[in-house]
Design a protein around this ligand. Structure first.
Ligand SMILES: [Zn+2]
Length: 573
């Protein structure tokens, strides 16, 4: 990936008017100092999508999308950062200069892609000539369109097929070795890594081949699947099999289906579920979920019904939760996998129907646990504790509240009981929730600081923020403070560039809130209120610590705590 110097990026953003760009996509109407529109990222009847010409940012108070002009184009066009920058440069007729020192690295990348492309050409040609491959594909019920779309090939049996091919094409074997296509033997000789295997090329999102998966065609071969080694162009934790072929449909259907393996992807696609991808021989990673999230808001996990499948599903649910997604789930019946839906006899229910009837992961977790309790196959206390843990991970506050209600009904417990097991975040007054119009006190403090940092006590925002309860606002405060250290003024559109997406949307939200209330920020009031809350919190802590000191007969500690309490109380009056 070529690197564009930061000052060029800053200049591009400064020279582009976000209002011009966004009005190419949605019709904006003036609302005070800002513009309003119906949000292009979610269905709505009344406009809650705001654009600020002063701050050069946008935010939707309906779905929470927000950021600067680059974030808008990345989200709207499903483009990579670099492509958006190129687009902006084109509009402004600016010629992009790339960092020279990076160019040798780019050359290496290009060479590695080329070597993979040659290998793929070789595998494909071999595949077309192999009766073994034809028979296997036929037996699996895969049709020629599907195998052509995924460009399958064949690595012939024997240790020296690809190596001599590379030699005749004058391809440096050192590169092939870097890609894991060839391996070094005992006598320093190089031999083929993939032998007698059906080859699945792995494309990156742009369609370049970054690696291969090879499936054994004989039952006595050592590993059923072999995968390319990690290389400068292939990171198995970041790529997704089938994403290149599925990305359009994923964006269109606003939904991605995740299955377990290569053949599952092909089978699902052939059966009409064209928005399907799979991780690459590992469990679904956070990077992979984040990548999918850029294309679609909904993820459906489709797993086999065996023990391994259920375990994989639970792992994947946790990963989706951490990425801010509540996934849906399909557990296929009778240990079937998607490939079984292609061969005879076919299961009575179609795969598309199974996908359409996918349920939210939390409903599945609840119902399976309830079964355990009613059949007394698990300890009630243990199960309640387990579910409480899951409940706490549900990313959306309202969603979480709904499931907590359900949980309380099923298990006949009170919300207070759950609180013992899990933080009830939705009752806390900190944190930016998508449903709230007014930012909480901690967010207001960040706004106040941007408004006039001189009004803050010594230590500035960071001194207060270290006591923030909402970790995202704590992080945001640190970013804001360090941005101000390195820049003379606070340019929101630039500050957003360095922020992770989750923080960028919070920043755009609270900044646009400020526009509505301009002039009405009560900095001193906010600081006082926050400090009073801190004091109250500390007093509560001290009270229980004093009790503790009494129980443990730690007189020295008790005296120190009493003194602290007196000081705090004296200070308050
Ligand atoms: Zn929206």
């Amino acid at each position: 990936m070529p690197r564009i110097p930061q000052h060029i990026i800053d200049q591009l953003i400064a020279d582009t008017d976000i209002v011009d760009i966004i009005s190419e996509y949605v019709s904006l109407t003036k609302a005070g100092s800002n513009y309003k529109a119906r949000c292009p990222f979610h269905q709505e009847k009344t406009a809650s999508f705001m654009v600020s010409p002063d701050k050069q940012i946008f935010h939707c108070f309906g779905c929470g999308a927000g950021g600067n002009v680059v974030s808008f184009l990345m989200k709207h066009d499903q483009s990579e950062f670099i492509d958006v920058i190129k687009k902006l440069a084109n509009r402004l007729n600016i010629k992009l200069e790339f960092d020279e020192k990076k160019s040798t690295e780019d050359d290496t990348f290009e060479l590695l892609y080329k070597v993979n492309a040659y290998a793929h050409w070789y595998f494909r040609t071999q595949g077309q000539q192999s009766q073994k491959v034809k028979t296997y594909i036929q037996n699996r019920g895969l049709n020629p369109e599907t195998t052509a779309l995924y460009d399958l090939g064949y690595a012939p049996d024997g240790f020296e097929n690809l190596v001599p091919f590379f030699k005749t094409k004058k391809i440096p074997l050192s590169l092939a070795s870097q890609l894991g296509l060839v391996k070094k033997g005992n006598r320093d000789n190089l031999y083929d890594f993939f032998r007698d295997r059906l080859m699945f090329p792995i494309h990156n999102v742009h369609g370049k081949i970054v690696g291969f998966g090879g499936r054994a065609l004989q039952s006595d071969q050592e590993a059923k699947y072999l995968n390319s080694a990690e290389s400068p162009i292939y990171h198995k934790n970041k790529e997704l099999y089938g994403l290149y072929q599925a990305k359009k449909d994923i964006a269109q259907k606003k939904q991605a289906v995740v299955v377990e393996g290569y053949i599952d992807v092909l089978a699902a696609h052939q059966l009409g579920i064209s928005n399907t991808v799979a991780p690459l021989g590992t469990s679904l990673t956070l990077d992979q979920v984040k990548k999918l999230k850029r294309f679609a808001p909904e993820i459906i996990l489709m797993f086999d019904g065996d023990m391994a499948g259920v375990n994989a599903a639970q792992k994947a649910i946790t990963t989706c939760f951490s990425a801010g997604i509540h996934p849906k789930l399909v557990i296929l019946p009778n240990n079937l996998d998607p490939g079984d839906y292609l061969t005879n006899p076919q299961p009575s229910q179609s795969l598309t129907k199974a996908v359409a009837e996918a349920i939210f992961a939390m409903d599945w977790l609840l119902s399976t646990r309830i079964k355990k309790v009613t059949h007394e196959t698990g300890s009630r206390a243990q199960i309640i504790r387990e579910i409480a843990g899951w409940l706490g991970q549900i990313p959306d506050a309202i969603d979480q509240m709904e499931y907590k209600k359900k949980f309380c009904q099923y298990f006949d417990v009170t919300p207070n009981d759950i609180e013992k097991f899990v933080d009830i975040t939705y009752e806390s007054d900190s944190g930016v929730r998508p449903d709230e119009k007014a930012p909480p006190l901690e967010a207001l403090l960040i706004l106040c600081y941007l408004d006039d940092s001189a009004l803050f006590p010594e230590g500035g925002l960071v001194a207060l923020a270290k006591n923030f309860e909402d970790s995202r606002l704590r992080d945001l405060a640190l970013h804001v403070e360090s941005f101000l250290k390195n820049h003379e003024t606070f340019e929101p559109a630039q500050a957003i560039l360095d922020l992770p997406e989750a923080l960028a949307t919070i920043l755009s939200k609270i900044l646009l809130f400020l526009d509505d209330k301009s002039g009405s920020l009560d900095t001193a009031g906010c600081i006082n209120k926050f400090q009073a809350m801190q004091k109250k919190k500390r007093l509560k802590e001290i009270t229980s610590q004093i009790l503790e000191a009494e129980v443990t007969k730690d007189t020295e500690r008790k005296i120190a705590l009493l003194k602290e309490k007196q000081d705090l109380l004296a200070n308050r009056q």
